[in-house]
Design a protein around this ligand. Structure first.
Ligand SMILES: [Zn+2]
Length: 307
């Protein structure tokens, strides 16, 4: 167990949760998940959330941020990035049973496709075919390196690496229309996460706008109404995208920066808390306390000083 885990464990008491809630008054908790690999662990997290905070949906958050509507103390909004099918398969039963509204930020270009997210390919090749990696930094740096090249080069690299993967794991499958219907039927929401999850900071102006508008048009037609929320892939904020989502009428935009959210903050730059669905409840307690970033900073300092 690391010092970080001990510190988070120490946070797991009702007293600390109460103090944290008082100290962070006026701030909202927006949780940013990805997939839900472990239904049981996620169920335990959501039961904790339901018992100690007040889960609210995107409508309540938008009303508070944009119109000054009152939010209940301890308001928390659950979000999922990328649209991993495990969110519907393993997470939705818990969300529906506990009455926790959630938003899933999806990439329409990948829905019902046979195409995995690009980083699954780089991660697979780095782990299973390291000799094929000729990019600077070698296999260990492959995914990070690919984020630093132009969108055109990234697509070329992925096209070259993809055939190296033989049988693709089942966990690489994408959302189906059936999954989406189940999600929406349960009263959950969908948000825009770009057309196919590029690194926006490596796309030119027109490509950035196209990534937003194509996903927007798909969602408008699928939902029969415009989506209200957008989340930046990789958390890469971009002024071009900010302008585009503003013009399209988005009510909320979400970052990926591991901070509590200020109610009086910019509506298209909302901070979110990073959390993984298969972690023990003690981790979620630390994340929700808002103390995680400083703990992570402390852990980083200690790790550096011990090297
Ligand atoms: Zn993403």
């Amino acid at each position: 167990m690391t010092l970080y885990d001990y510190a988070l464990k120490a946070l797991r008491s009702d007293a600390v949760t109460t103090v944290a809630r008082r100290l962070t008054k006026g701030q909202i908790r927006i949780l940013a998940y990805h997939g839900v690999p472990d239904a049981e662990a996620f169920d335990a997290q959501m039961r904790y959330l339901r018992a100690n905070f007040v889960p609210v949906g995107e409508g309540a958050i938008a009303a508070a941020i944009n119109n000054g509507a009152e939010l209940p103390p301890g308001a928390a909004w659950v979000t999922f990035d990328d649209g991993d099918p495990s969110v519907v398969h393993n997470g939705l039963p818990t969300l529906a049973r506990l009455g926790i509204p959630a938003t899933m930020f999806v990439c329409p270009g990948l829905i019902e496709s046979r195409e995995p997210f690009w980083w699954r390919i780089t991660e697979w090749v780095a782990a299973n075919a390291p000799d094929a990696v000729t990019t600077p930094g070698g296999p260990a740096a492959l995914t990070e390196f690919v984020k630093t090249v132009s969108d055109f080069d990234r697509r070329a690299i992925i096209a070259e690496l993809a055939p190296l993967v033989g049988q693709r794991p089942q966990s690489w499958e994408q959302l189906t229309h059936n999954d989406l219907a189940r999600w929406l039927d349960a009263g959950m929401a969908l948000g825009n996460h770009t057309w196919d999850h590029p690194c926006l900071d490596q796309c030119d102006h027109d490509a950035q706008v196209a990534q937003i508008t194509e996903a927007h048009e798909w969602l408008c037609s699928y939902l029969g109404a415009p989506p209200r929320t957008f989340a930046y892939p990789n958390g890469n904020f971009s002024p071009v995208v900010d302008k585009a989502v503003n013009e399209l009428g988005y009510e909320l935009g979400a970052l990926y920066d591991n901070q509590l959210t200020r109610v009086d903050g910019r509506r298209l730059e909302l901070s979110r808390l990073m959390v993984e669905a298969d972690q023990p409840v003690s981790r979620l307690v630390g994340v929700l306390s808002g103390a995680q970033p400083s703990l992570a900073g402390l852990q980083g300092k200690l790790a550096r000083s011990s090297n």
